[in-house]
Design a protein around this ligand. Sequence first.
Ligand SMILES: C[S@@+](CC[C@H](N)C(=O)[O-])C[C@H]1O[C@@H](n2cnc3c(N)ncnc32)[C@H](O)[C@@H]1O
Length: 217
Amino acid sequence: MSTPEEKYSKGKSPLRRALFLGPHTCPWWFGYSFDNPLRRFVHDPVAILGEFVAPGQTVVDIGCGLGYFSLALAKLVGPSGRVVALDVQPQMVRRARSRAKCQGLADRIDFHICTPNRLGLTNPVDFVLAFWVVHEVADPEGLLNEVSSFLRPHGRLLIAEPKGHVSAARFAATVELAHSVGYHISEGPLVRFSRTVVCSPLHGEDRPKGPIDDFTP
Ligand SMILES: C[S@@+](CC[C@H](N)C(=O)[O-])C[C@H]1O[C@@H](n2cnc3c(N)ncnc32)[C@H](O)[C@@H]1O
């Protein structure tokens, strides 16, 4: 019987197998290429997330990487809020946790190592961020379904994908998938080098039947 790691690594290059990485998973050391002190000039977290997050909320950062947005989310939810930060790579989670400790924010953030196909969350949350991660996920439909199972009825999922890796057509397919899974789709904020969409879960009668009305990726 193979372990989940062995199953996940099947068919990958020996280096990627050794590092336990999927075909597109960003290696932890590459995280520093975009998560560096200059990033705040490009991705101002308050400008990107401020309209979605309020003090006291519970929010999730999927594919938290080195924690750039997890730390910003922890400041936005304040001492009475919670951030759940998840990543498949233990090295990312370790570094993100140590950054949180240095900034005195560790007591507001629950760091978890998730599996490639399951986040493992059940408690309701107000907001979910998936920044530059959906294109790395092997089963985006499973991810979108799992998120809708724990996102509060008025909660929102913000997906941002990197323009360099994700074409307009590929992003449109992700948006279409989110729509078919049962999310209401609306335009996301302007984020440099990114394509964005905001997805809100719809339930029962409200679930979409036809195509998406108004969306330009
Ligand atoms: C390009 S990095 C972005 C990191 C972070 N969101 C940021 O913007 O700084 C993508 C991250 O997603 C993680 N990842 C890839 N597949 C994942 C999955 N199925 N579930 C959770 N995290 C995943 C990778 O390990 C990596 O840390």
